[in-house]
Design a protein around this ligand. Structure first.
Ligand SMILES: [Zn+2]
Length: 349
């Protein structure tokens, strides 16, 4: 008979963070029972998922609509060249890595575009949402869903060598619409495609976001930041904009008025120009595409590759990637009409 029970590896592995007094064993136990949604698994999302899974959250749901490309590797820390070769969806590639990092965390990979028809389902049962998206439309939608469901969420965004983040606790702190009344119209703000992005700023912003989420998930909600944090990394400058009284000062249509126009589908489009490359995404909700059949049909049209998640056709200067849910990403153009034409020509519908 053993005098001492064997060490509990599941718990022991976190000893360096439980030793930090404000977090402690109690924080770790609560974290282990928590659920988090990582919305978007690009640069911010993959860094967030990495940190949160290593920290020992109970479960992570990762949702992303995209697949891994060579230009992602400079800043998207969970992916490697093999993922690019295999043309894996980011959510799937991330889940594979994360399971090897921490097999005790339940990981749910969802390959989908977040829109008003599925956002509430994706948020179901989670205790916190972290923002790994690359566009304001999805952030305003997330804000609506979080306000309706009362789920804290951590906004984050990066561009160039700059980034910002803010923690939103619905009903307590300012929400995204308290901060920005309207969503910037598409095409009016720079993107990673036009302004570029440096890897280190992603690490800084995602790290702040991850710790804010850990506070929420470990029972330290009262300690979340009440500031909008803006980091300008090229000049090594950090600015804190106090938002602790913002909610009292503005007449917010969302968190005070209950007008959730993004969640109702009144705002927000189905077509988006992707961040980071010359490409258009076309979304077709409620459609299911038989990928095997499509791949057979396209054979001979151009160069066709496939895996269980997508079919890709290279023809002329275009690259058409079709997912099982009917979504497509048309590379080689930023013209929505041209992308639709190509989709209609080769996929039909
Ligand atoms: Zn608000």
């Amino acid at each position: 008979m053993l005098n001492n029970p064997p060490p509990d590896y599941r718990f022991d592995r976190y000893v360096r963070q439980t030793r930090y007094p404000p977090f402690g064993d109690a924080g770790q136990r609560r974290l282990a029972q928590s659920r988090v949604l990582v919305c978007g698994c690009g640069a911010l999302g993959s860094t967030l998922a990495n940190l949160l899974v290593r920290a020992g959250v109970g479960s992570v749901r990762i949702v992303d609509r995209d697949f891994v490309e060579a230009t992602n590797l400079q800043r998207q820390v969970l992916f490697d060249e093999e993922d690019v070769e295999r043309q894996l969806p980011k959510a799937v590639a991330a889940a594979e890595k994360l399971r090897r990092i921490n097999s005790h965390v339940e990981i749910d990979a969802v390959v989908a575009d977040v829109d008003h028809t599925n956002v509430e389902r994706l948020c179901e049962g989670v205790d916190c949402i972290v923002d790994g998206t690359d566009n304001f439309q999805t952030r305003f939608l997330l804000n609506d869903a979080a306000v309706k469901l009362g789920i804290p969420w951590v906004y984050g965004g990066c561009l160039g060598a700059e980034g910002q983040t803010m923690t939103i606790v619905p009903g307590e702190t300012a929400c995204l619409r308290c901060l920005m009344r309207e969503c910037p119209p598409p095409g009016t703000t720079p993107t990673c495609d036009t302004a570029g992005i440096l890897g280190p700023i992603v690490g800084v912003i995602a790290s702040i976001q991850a710790l804010e989420a850990m506070k929420v998930l470990s029972g330290h909600r009262q300690d979340v930041s009440r500031s909008l944090t803006v980091v300008e990394l090229w000049d090594a400058r950090v600015r804190q904009v106090d938002v602790s009284t913002l909610r009292d000062q503005v007449d917010c249509p969302a968190c005070k008025g209950g007008e959730l126009v993004w969640l109702s589908g009144r705002e927000g489009g189905h077509t988006a120009v992707l961040c980071g490359r010359n490409a258009v995404q076309l979304a077709h909700t409620g459609v299911s595409v038989p990928l095997e059949e499509l791949a057979r049909r396209l054979d001979g049209v151009g160069q066709v590759t496939k895996n269980p998640f997508l079919v890709r056709l290279r023809v002329d200067q275009y690259e058409l990637t079709v997912f099982a849910d009917g979504r497509a990403i048309v590379g080689g153009t930023s013209d929505v009409a041209a992308a639709k034409t190509l989709y209609a020509k080769y996929v039909g519908h």
